[in-house]
Design a protein around this ligand. Structure first.
Ligand SMILES: NC(=O)c1ccc[n+]([C@@H]2O[C@H](COP(=O)([O-])OP(=O)(O)OC[C@H]3O[C@@H](n4cnc5c(N)ncnc54)[C@H](O)[C@@H]3O)[C@@H](O)[C@H]2O)c1
Length: 242
């Protein structure tokens, strides 16, 4: 559908779930894709498939982020597309939320996006081209009880997206967010069936989303065709929030 030939992409949290499918879809469209995750692979880029590389990366470690982006530019020549997808939840009502759970979620979901974006932008500015796509969440727009840390991190990602979009637009770099609704992945599979049924009632399109629903929106924003879109939040939520 979109041609990403000769482009290099980095997807964080790409070992499984939404990130994995995003990485596969960018690769299918012709990009060379680096899958980064703290759960898999080694610290050095390794070939894991056709035009795909894996690398171990903890997005909360700014030195490791510098190292990985340096390796990508040294070995693959450039960095065109960054998808900040790594994210975690540590749910609990505010009154019972431990400071550690607050910090852990903010550091992965928001600090991580800051470190990667900062490092990528410095490379993309020199190329005068770049696409940055941050995976936010519908709850960052609507709020959700029991997720003060996660919601704050995802609202923060939306704010960061808009601020950076304004800063780097003159260098032909676009920065957008994708806000998924409820998507069937390991992150949501533990919800009780009753909660899933209640959720489904809140979704006008009447179904939980798939990882492919998210990947197709990311692919569009990563393409040259989306060159006049920046600072946008693309809702992929079945109509749950409009
Ligand atoms: N599943 C949903 O319903 C849903 C809804 C809205 C937003 N999201 C967002 O989509 C993104 C992907 O979610 P998912 O459902 O695929 O989750 P997932 O838990 O299946 O996958 C997340 C991946 O991120 C990796 N990761 C976690 N911390 C990391 C770190 N510090 N450094 C590097 N990698 C790290 C994990 O190892 C895992 O492979 C997240 O940002 C999540 O908040 C998911």
């Amino acid at each position: 559908m979109f041609d990403l030939k000769d482009q290099v992409a980095l997807v964080t949290g790409a070992a499984r779930g939404i990130g994995r499918t995003i990485a596969d879809s960018l690769a299918k469209s012709g990009a060379t894709v680096v899958l980064a995750d703290f759960a898999d692979w080694d610290a050095e880029l390794q070939i894991v498939g056709d035009r795909t590389y894996g690398v171990r990366l903890d997005v909360t470690d700014p030195e490791a982020v510098k190292g990985v982006i340096g390796q990508i530019v040294d070995q693959l020549g450039r960095l065109d597309i960054l998808v900040n997808n790594a994210g975690i939840t540590r749910d609990g009502l505010l009154m019972r939320m431990k400071e550690e759970d607050w910090r852990k979620v903010l550091s992965t979901n928001l600090d991580g996006v800051f470190y990667l974006t900062k490092e990528a932008v410095s490379r993309m500015m020199r190329q005068r081209y770049g696409r940055i796509i941050n995976i936010a969440s519908v709850v960052g727009q609507m709020g959700n009880p029991g997720q003060a840390n996660y919601v704050a991190s995802k609202s923060g990602v939306i704010g960061l997206t808009k601020a950076v979009a304004r800063e780097v637009a003159s260098r032909n770099i676009t920065v957008n967010a994708v806000a998924p609704g409820y998507i069937a992945t390991a992150m949501t599979e533990d919800l009780p069936d009753s909660a899933k049924q209640e959720l489904q009632k809140m979704i006008p399109l009447g179904r939980i989303g798939t990882v492919e629903d998210i990947a197709s929106g990311v692919l569009f924003l990563a393409s040259k065709e989306a060159g006049y879109i920046t600072g946008h939040v693309l809702n992929i939520n079945g109509g749950m929030y409009m």
